[in-house]
Design a protein around this ligand. Structure first.
Ligand SMILES: Cc1cc2nc3c(=O)[nH]c(=O)nc-3n(C[C@H](O)[C@H](O)[C@H](O)COP(=O)(O)OP(=O)(O)OC[C@H]3O[C@@H](n4cnc5c(N)ncnc54)[C@H](O)[C@@H]3O)c2cc1C
Ligand code: SF4
Length: 494
């Protein structure tokens, strides 16, 4: 993937649409239509700003991309979608230019299309089994389902066509929702729709979960998440921020003393993992979680106005190979670092980050060091980081995850200079709720145990999203929320 200016992509799409006019397309013609690249900001410009990188399809591009869909009878794409959106259905209506209908089809099963269209890893979900990608023998050539979804959602937003779901008459029953990430947003909407009183408790001063404090503005503008929260408020959901359940109030008290008839726990996986190597307590070492929270939630990028500016880094090492690592690296660049290096102990092929994010990071000038991992963080003056002692690795036999295990190359250590190190090797769940809620079963990783309907070991207590799955994805959190909401609504209907 290399950068093509947006106006060039638009010009080509206009030309192709003209050629398509009045043509009856056979499957062979559809397969030969050019896959539409996502217009994006120029890498040289965007690496200095926080604005969204991907600009969204032009209407002509949507037409072409939607016409690439073969409308397969078996629709394998649907089985790849965690919430089973009627993908051929919404693509067909988008191809016909009926975006309103297209959106209504998506909204039957997915509450957050503007968000999912931007951040879902479609290449390993709906686009993976897509017949077009299979026929062309390249998953990157599958129909760009997520980009069409995003266009339709943005179109509705631009036309002011967003609708607030109808709420049934009040039932007088109260439900507490803990956390305000995608799992909780979904539960709040689905439960409130049935007329129950919904109170959402969020520990941070802003709602939205990782979509606000973790995923950066340049990938998911905060405005989009804020709109979803606003819609909940318009439905009558009561939101309380700066409310840490487990400290401000315990779960049992919400049920016994505050009259909540059901509780949903959607507290996510916000506890960063560390490498447990020497030097992790030095000045200049951050967890990706802390770094991204400071940049995003505390708006450290807004240097003129932010009350909590961030450590000025010049040469940054990011440890890890997932989306979180990419977000941290690209954020560090935008915060003014002269050089950003990502160190990953396997090869590019095993990197869990989305291919698109890695490509964007490379375009922006981030340097990757594969088969490398630090042995220790080196101390410089006054307890500050001065660099890393790095070890080389090679790939051995596959491990439990099926990926080839990285094996240390003996005596391969060397030093690299850095003034900042960001550790992005994953997250666990915060133990606060587990510790303050006797009777709530958790597994060995501290995740809450819930059945397929979101029911936990405690009466009237449900859970879903990352707190159950471990660090996962927005759409999976949303899907879990849907199931838990259904269980809560069934419980309260008795
Ligand atoms: C940097 C980063 C990038 C990511 N990129 C992607 C991506 O591109 N695509 C994708 O699909 N997924 C991505 N993910 C994963 C995705 O964001 C999560 O899977 C998803 O947000 C989980 O949703 P959730 O509702 O379970 O919890 P969260 O979004 O984690 O929200 C939980 C909320 O609960 C609050 N909370 C916690 N404890 C308490 C308490 N005791 N009392 C009250 N409130 C509490 C937290 O403050 C938080 O706001 C990314 C994650 C990170 C960290
Ligand atoms: S699998 Fe691909 S081509 Fe077939 S219906 Fe789904 S999106 Fe269209």
């Amino acid at each position: 993937m290399s950068y093509i200016p947006a106006d060039k992509l638009h010009e080509e799409a206009i030309k192709t649409v003209k050629e398509l006019e009045g043509k009856e397309l056979k499957p062979k013609d559809r397969l030969s239509l050019p896959r539409q690249e996502m217009p994006s900001q120029d890498p040289e410009v965007r690496k200095k700003n926080m604005n969204e990188v991907a600009l969204g399809y032009f209407e002509e591009q949507v037409k072409i991309e939607a016409e690439r869909c073969l409308q397969c009878k078996t629709a394998p794409c649907i089985s790849g979608c965690p919430v089973q959106i009627d993908i051929p259905g919404f693509i067909k209506t988008a191809a016909e230019g009926d975006y309103e209908k297209s959106l209504s089809i998506i909204k039957r099963t997915s509450l957050l299309p503007a968000i999912c269209g931007r951040v879902c890893p479609q290449e390993v979900q709906c686009q993976l089994p897509c017949t077009v990608g299979k026929s062309l023998k390249d998953v990157d050539l599958a129909v760009s389902i997520g980009r069409i979804e995003r266009f339709v959602a943005d179109w509705a937003d631009a036309k002011g066509k967003k609708t607030v779901p109808q709420v049934k008459p009040e039932t007088g029953k109260k439900v507490a929702i803990i956390g305000s990430g995608p799992a909780s947003i979904t539960v709040a909407a689905d439960v409130r729709r049935e007329g129950h009183e919904v109170h959402m408790f969020e520990a941070f001063h802003k709602p939205g979960g990782v979509m606000v404090y973790g995923i950066p503005e340049f990938r998911l503008p905060k405005r989009i998440v804020a709109d979803e929260i606003e819609a909940l408020k318009e439905m009558g959901v009561k939101l309380e921020t700066n409310f840490l359940v487990g400290r401000t109030r315990k779960i049992q008290d919400l049920i016994d003393k505050d009259g909540f008839e059901a509780v949903f726990i959607g507290t996510g996986a916000g506890l960063p993992k560390f490498m447990n190597i020497e030097g992790e307590n030095l000045i200049g070492v951050f967890s990706a979680n802390e770094y991204l929270t400071r940049v995003n939630l505390m708006r450290a990028y807004d240097k003129e106005r932010s009350a909590t500016p961030i450590y000025q880094a010049k040469k940054v090492a990011v440890l890890g190979g997932g989306n979180v690592a990419m977000d941290a690296a690209r954020s560090a660049l935008r915060m003014g670092a002269a050089e950003v290096h990502v160190l990953y102990r396997r090869t590019e092929k095993e990197m869990p980050a989305r291919v698109e994010e890695v490509a964007h990071a490379k375009e922006e000038g981030i340097t990757f060091h594969f088969l490398r991992s630090p042995k220790r963080i080196l101390e410089g003056e006054k307890g500050r980081v001065r660099g890393l002692e790095v070890l080389k690795y090679e790939l051995g036999e596959p491990d439990d995850s099926g990926r080839r295990r990285p094996v240390e190359v003996k005596n391969s250590n060397y030093e690299m200079e850095f003034d900042t190190v960001i550790v992005a090797i994953g997250n666990n769940s915060n133990p606060l709720i587990e510790k303050t809620t006797p009777g709530l079963d958790t597994n060995k990783w501290g995740n809450i145990v819930a059945d397929e309907n979101g029911k936990t070991s405690m009466e009237r207590v449900f859970a879903g999203g990352d707190i159950v799955l471990g660090a996962a994805t927005v759409i999976l959190a949303m899907g879990e929320g849907r199931k838990a909401a259904q269980s809560i609504n069934e419980l309260l209907s008795k």
